[in-house]
Design a protein around this ligand. Structure first.
Ligand code: GLN
Length: 311
């Protein structure tokens, strides 16, 4: 990475400085009360190359709530466990709807459009749980995340879990609706317990970029050699990130950034630069679609400066 981009640290440092003028932009998610308390002026960015080189700026070491970015990791786990059979229960087309929308589910017989909208992610979590007690599913996901992020300290924020459970009416509706169609096998409250826990993992930009690195390196962790998934699956997960990673604003993200990415309402975004690097940004203010406003701006700058867009 240093040879082809000798100035990456400078690029990242410049982005960090430039974002100063935009801090506080967007609107912090308040439908999950525990997320509304986060300081909206935070910004962090971390880039880790497939060669292990890193560049970071701002609050790259400050933990935030992973939220929907966890869906990338549960999708990876479920594909490893079930293989292509998973695609019988969830599609892979952009929805053009908000992340928590229920409108398409009735027409499409309880099969969610893709694994990144909430309905799809809840099905993926159910597939992963496979009838086991929720605590087993939670521990499995946490341990997978710890291994990927290369840290034993990664954990779930219990306050965010209870905040999500107390206000999760839409997710309860989506899950109940899908159970009515036979596309949820475990009881609704058990699947949601796991889903809320996976969304409440606390992670830093540095850890998140490290955790996503296998997707930039054809499914193999370039640092510890773990074969996390096949190169074909890594490519396909990245394809779904590109087409569906930002819900009804996925086209905008492809247009401006041009990298597979996944947003979360905690303000984090994971972006993959195939063959080169993984990037994580965090800033809590969100745009209308629930993507970090300053985070997306920073990624747009990074892609322009490095010419890392895949297009
Ligand atoms: N936990 C959040 C929810 O289910 C995740 C949404 C998101 O990050 N887009 O509503």
């Amino acid at each position: 990475m240093t040879k082809s981009h000798p100035d990456l640290s400078d690029i990242v440092a410049t982005i960090g400085r430039d974002m100063g003028a935009h801090l506080g932009g967007g609107k912090v998610a308040d439908y999950i009360p525990a997320l509304a308390r986060v300081d909206p002026r935070r910004f962090g960015m971390a880039v880790i190359g497939c060669d292990g080189q890193t560049a970071e700026t701002g609050d790259a070491w400050m933990p935030f709530s992973i939220q929907s970015i966890s869906k990338v990791f549960t999708l990876t786990m479920a594909l490893e466990r079930l293989g292509d059979d998973l695609w019988k229960r969830v599609g892979r087309e952009p929805s053009g709807s908000r992340f928590n929308s229920i409108v398409q589910l009735e027409h499409e017989q309880g099969i969610p459009r893709n694994p990144f909208i909430n309905a799809g992610a809840i099905v993926v979590t159910d597939a992963l749980l496979a009838g086991r007690p929720p605590a087993e599913g939670v521990a499995e996901i946490r341990d997978f995340m710890r291994r990927r992020a290369d840290t034993e300290t990664l954990d779930v924020d219990p306050e965010v879990v209870s905040s999500e459970a107390a206000t999760g009416f839409r997710n309860q509706s989506l899950a109940s609706f899908m159970r009515g169609f036979g596309n949820l096998h475990s009881p609704v409250d058990e699947v949601l317990e796991v889903y809320f826990n996976q969304c409440a993992v606390r992670i830093t930009c540095r850890q998140l970029a490290r955790a996503g690195l296998f997707l930039a390196n054809a499914g193999k962790d370039p640092i510890n050699g773990d074969v996390v998934t096949t190169s074909k699956r890594a490519r396909r997960i990245a394809a779904v990130m590109m087409t569906c990673g930002h819900y009804d604003a996925s086209g905008e993200f492809a247009f401006h950034v041009g990298l597979p990415g996944k947003s979360g309402v905690g303000g984090g975004i994971l972006a993959i630069v195939p063959g080169k690097a993984a990037v994580a940004v965090w800033s809590p203010g969100l745009d209308e679609a629930g993507t970090s406003y300053v985070g997306a701006m920073a990624l747009k700058r990074l892609a322009a400066a490095t010419r890392w867009s895949v297009f």
